[in-house]
Write a protein that binds this ligand. Structure first.
Ligand code: 0RA
Length: 641
């Protein structure tokens, strides 16, 4: 790490032609996710520079023209000539695939982006890009178009004397590649907040010049602050435990391991894991090591404090008992060259050597903590013992429920209007709130492949409900049976009857509450459905505009204002849909159900997690945050999901 870098250490591979041919191969996709990934690729380099100890400030600006600028106060990308290339290192880094992605001997590169592809890929997929480097009191600039340099790297006269070092990159995502070039302030804000939690040395600022919004992040407490944030509306048990250590190892060279752990009084678990600051939603070897250590350490401590004569006491806790109410952030950092990602979405750490290392560090850290902090330790153990007792009782209850054939024997719910196809790849099910909307949906659908399940009535508060109660609630029971794959331990993905499950609710506050509830339910009890990309929400229009014989549906208030602006002098009528039930079958089909004309939003784990947070706040055990939230939002009466 201490070795000096220069141009000769950067390995050069190939040109950028393949990137524009198959962008998805390099950035995953060209939708909103891929677009935001572009930005992340750029600032990850700045984060690397911070992790290497040379930068502590990153500023991200979303510019009015749709481009973005990322500036850091690192050493500045090297601009000296590359031996054997006759070109500046900067140009090679920006125009060659993988150049700068992997360093030669001595370069310990950590973050390297989701796919570790680096700046050149972003350059290739940008209609315009500019890199400004401040080094040696000089300013160097190079500009590009679709990855091709417009001229050699030039030293230019700065507006003001250069007193610092750093790199400033501006890029405009190419609208020939990305159908929508609209970087979302909230999405970027969330990403940067997470980076700041994971990189406590860093100061991050985000500015949106389109809306004049801005925010700054710096968390000295790092992932400990992160866990405290997760629990900010919860009642915690004990306190947040923080463990950190760095190991050397023949397989992964050097590895930095840290975890922050805290229990709360909920039934659910919320553990987030990261490898080199990249979220690993599917877990992997680091998380396995963490869980093993947690179970072993708490059980060791339990054995120490338990009275050997008391035969009624539970003598060992299962991993499941220790999950209830667990919140934790587990973060490991090691040389990106040894990182193997696997799983459905490449969000699972392979690298088996990491497991025992994490286990060792966490076990030692927890053992020491329990030894030195008997009071909070006792609280955690007592909670786990209670969970174990409840689990044993609930298991008995559940077995009775399942044995009674509550889920299997019953057949499909009477309210379900099933589709004709039995092929889950073609079949979709609309979960519709309310009987009148359900009626329109049944009439309007294409029965060959669309099923309708109208559900009605109060949704059970799954926040505090155990699985056996959820199975017994009518609403979710019908949904679980219709989907066909069971729930909890009994979940069998092969039995899924529809690979598109579309939640359809009104475009108002109640509708958004209902969506939150369903998303929370899936997030907690049928997470695999979200992970497989099977969950969607429908987007119904808010208004119908009629001009003479023509009609147009308007989906947002912005669209309505635009529409009104376009019609000066022309006569038109705008009708507001108060709910889905107000639309007739034809309207519902045209706007919300017909795959050719509708919009659906695919729900990802982040969306569901956010819904879960909102839900916790609204329904959870802590009253004050809910009250604050409702008061603060009463005027707008709008809950974003
Ligand atoms: C390679 C070597 C050096 C710095 C960097 C890359 C670097 C890259 C980026 C990308 C964004 N910000 C960055 N900051 C630094 C070290 C050069 C030296 O030895 O001074």
């Amino acid at each position: 790490m201490s070795q000096k870098y220069d141009a000769s250490q950067i390995q050069v591979l190939e040109g950028l032609e393949p990137v524009r041919k198959r962008p998805g191969m390099y950035i995953g996709s060209t939708d909103q996710k891929g677009l935001h990934h572009m930005l992340r690729e750029i600032y990850d380099n700045s984060v690397d520079e911070c992790l290497a100890g040379f930068a502590d400030y990153i500023e991200v600006t979303l510019n009015e023209d749709g481009s973005a600028t990322i500036e850091d106060n690192g050493r500045g990308i090297p601009v000296d000539m590359m031996p054997g290339y006759g070109k500046s290192a900067l140009e090679i880094i920006m125009t060659k695939l993988h150049a700068g992605g992997k360093f030669g001997g001595g370069g310990y590169k950590v973050s390297g982006g989701l796919h570790g592809v680096g700046s050149s890929v972003v350059n290739a997929l940008s209609s315009y890009m500019k890199v400004e480097v401040m080094r040696d009191k000089k300013l160097y600039v190079q500009e590009y178009s679709q990855g091709k340099p417009k001229a050699d790297v030039k030293q230019v006269k700065p507006d003001e004397p250069i007193t610092k070092t750093g790199t400033r990159t501006t890029f405009m995502p190419d609208n020939k590649i990305f159908p929508i070039v609209d970087l979302n302030y909230q999405t970027v804000k969330k990403q940067l907040r997470q980076i700041a939690f994971l990189t406590p040395k860093l100061y991050i600022k985000l500015v949106d010049n389109r809306t004049n919004e801005q925010c700054s992040f710096h968390f000295e407490g790092g992932i400990k602050s992160y866990v405290n944030r997760i629990n900010r509306h919860k009642k915690i048990i004990g306190e947040t435990i923080y463990i950190h250590n760095e190991l050397r190892n023949v397989f992964v060279d050097q590895i930095d391991i840290e975890a922050a752990i805290c229990y709360n009084d909920d039934f659910n678990e919320n553990v987030e894991s990261f490898v080199n600051n990249i979220p690993t939603h599917e877990g992997g070897s680091h998380l396995t090591g963490f869980r093993t250590a947690l179970t072993r350490s708490i059980n060791d401590y339990l054995k120490k404090i338990v009275n050997g004569n008391d035969k009624n006491k539970i003598s060992s806790l299962s991993g499941e008992d220790l999950r209830e109410g667990l919140t934790a952030v587990v973060s490991v950092k090691f040389d990106a060259n040894f990182v193997q990602f696997e799983g459905q979405t490449k969000e699972k750490l392979g690298t088996p050597e990491v497991r025992p290392l994490v286990e060792q560090v966490i076990k030692e850290g927890l053992d020491t903590y329990f030894e030195e902090n008997p009071n909070p330790a006792r609280e955690v153990v007592d909670k786990a013992l209670l969970t174990a007792q409840a689990r044993i009782a609930a298991k008995k209850a559940r077995e009775t429920v399942i044995r009674k054939g509550l889920l299997e024997g019953l057949g499909l719910p009477g309210k379900l209007a099933d589709c004709q196809t039995k092929d889950p790849n073609e079949a979709e099910i609309f979960v519709v709130e309310g009987d009148s909307a359900g009626g329109s949906a049944k009439q309007g659908r294409d029965r060959r492949f669309q099923a309708i399940l109208p559900l009605f009535g109060k949704v059970l508060n799954t926040e505090r409900a155990r699985l056996d109660r959820i199975i017994n609630s009518d609403k979710f029971k019908h949904l679980i049976i219709a989907i066909g794959a069971g729930i909890g331990d009994e979940f069998t993905p092969d039995k899924i009857r529809y690979k598109k499950i579309i939640i359809m609710a009104d475009a108002d506050v109640d509708g958004s509450h209902i969506k939150t509830l369903y998303l929370t339910f899936f997030f907690r009890h049928l997470r695999q459905i979200i992970e497989n990309g099977f969950l969607y929400v429908a987007v119904p229009p808010l208004y119908k505009a009629v001009i003479g014989k023509d009609k147009k549906y308007l989906f947002t208030d912005t669209e309505k204002i635009q529409f009104e602006g376009e019609n000066q002098g022309k006569k038109y009528i705008i009708q507001r849909f108060k709910g889905l039930g107000e639309m007739n079958a034809e309207e519902l089909w045209e706007t919300t159900m017909n795959p050719k004309t509708r919009t659906t939003l695919k729900i990802n784990i982040d969306d569901a997690e956010e819904a879960d947070e909102t839900f916790t706040m609204l329904m959870g055990s802590e009253v004050p945050p809910r009250k604050r939230f409702i008061q603060a939002n009463a005027k707008y009466a709008n809950i974003d999901i």
